[in-house]
Write a protein that binds this ligand. Structure first.
Ligand SMILES: Cc1cc2nc3c(=O)[nH]c(=O)nc-3n(C[C@H](O)[C@H](O)[C@H](O)COP(=O)(O)OP(=O)(O)OC[C@H]3O[C@@H](n4cnc5c(N)ncnc54)[C@H](O)[C@@H]3O)c2cc1C
Ligand code: SF4
Length: 327
């Protein structure tokens, strides 16, 4: 671990000012950042601890939906009454991740900004375009079993590891941001950026900007929603494939559909084409299979992750089929 300064402001504006210092980083729960500092992957010179900013820890009702403060703990959000009733897939997604101890520390914004679990990224002795731009990507010709099949580039094929982000993608959440005296909101579908030639840039956040809250809009279909995660171990493991889905079905016909994937995309992956296929069709397995085909149509595989295409299709069909009877 390298030396760093530590500040604990009580206002978002002060935190944002401190964040303007070069090589500074926000620390929330620290469950990802401290890991990466110990591995020498991240070497911030200044840590800005935001845990004293009270307004960031609240969950508020908001026009039938929710406004979730950036510091709200993963465990509190997963067990929130309104989340359990109106957005069950969000609760299921959070509870499928990490462990109870980690979820008690982990924050909403920290979860969304956690870094990839690519083995080469986390090994500071290896080249990696994301950690050290221009150094190369050993995963492309290396061991890439856990890597992405959607949204990859010649520079990076790492998956985004967050389960919560997949559910929030399907829910059309909106990220509230503050920095340099200004506030802005970005739909989560536009928040993450594809790796392209610059995998070091993962979101649209600019220098000095802090996530203050995540807005979850009201959505009728979300009451009938599910998160299904497939992984190597039953607990404490990241997704090989995960599916967040919601269906609003009337008289056996799908009126509204939401579908997003985890474990397969370089960003949490929203399947808009597959959603279009679902809407207006009967809620049955044949329809779900067509949607699953569409969801992986643009998949690009590597030596060890070819299995993810079929696994992804089967997981989509299984997750949607579980909703068929609920709707
Ligand atoms: C053993 C283990 C297993 C795990 N398994 C899973 C899993 O299966 N699924 C899953 O989804 N996650 C999993 N996680 C990851 C866990 O969910 C994240 O570590 C956690 O959510 C990060 O939240 P945090 O508050 O601790 O973030 P921190 O570590 O404090 O921060 C993470 C990043 O976010 C930035 N940041 C934090 N808050 C803000 C803000 N408000 N504005 C701007 N930047 C901010 C920090 O600067 C840092 O870059 C696992 C973690 C561990 C240690
Ligand atoms: S896949 Fe991305 S994160 Fe992994 S080694 Fe390649 S560039 Fe680095």
């Amino acid at each position: 671990m390298r030396p760093f300064t530590y500040a604990k402001p009580s206002q978002t504006s002060d935190a944002s000012k401190s964040l303007k210092q070069s090589n500074s980083a926000i620390i929330a729960g620290g469950t990802n950042l401290l890991d990466l500092m110990k591995l020498d992957v991240n070497q911030p010179a200044h840590l800005i601890d935001i845990n004293k900013i009270a307004e960031l820890s609240q969950i508020k009702n908001n026009k039938g939906g929710l406004l979730v403060g950036a510091l709200v703990k993963n465990s509190d959000l997963a067990h929130n009454k309104q989340v359990l009733e109106n957005f069950p897939m969000l609760s299921q997604a959070i509870l499928s991740g990490a462990s109870a101890q980690v979820r008690n520390m982990a924050s909403t914004a920290g979860n969304l900004l956690q870094r990839t679990r690519c083995y080469y990224f986390r090994n500071s002795t290896m080249p990696c375009n994301k950690r050290d731009p221009g150094s190369g990507c050993p995963a492309i010709d290396g061991y890439n079993r856990i890597h992405a099949i959607l949204g990859t580039s010649d520079s990076c094929i790492a998956t985004n590891p967050s389960d919560m982000a997949v559910a929030l993608m399907a829910l059309d959440a909106v990220i509230h941001i503050e920095g340099s005296g200004a506030k802005r909101s970005v739909p989560i579908t536009k928040f993450y950026v594809l790796p392209g030639a610059h995998p070091e840039k993962e979101t649209v956040l600019k220098d000095g900007e802090i996530i203050t809250a995540v807005e979850i809009p009201q959505l009728a279909a979300a009451k009938h929603s599910r998160y299904l995660k497939i992984r190597d171990r039953k607990s404490f493991a990241f997704a090989l494939v995960s599916v967040a889905c919601a269906l609003d079905v009337k008289n056996g016909v799908i009126k509204e559909a939401r579908l997003a994937l985890g474990g397969v995309g370089t960003i949490p992956w929203r399947c808009t084409e597959a959603e279009k296929i679902l809407v207006g069709k009967p809620a049955k397995k044949e329809t779900f299979k067509l949607a699953a085909e569409a969801a992986v149509k643009s998949a690009v595989t590597h030596k060890h992750n070819k299995f993810k295409v079929e696994l992804c299709k089967r997981t989509i069909v299984k997750a949607l089929s579980a909703l068929e009877n609920l709707a």
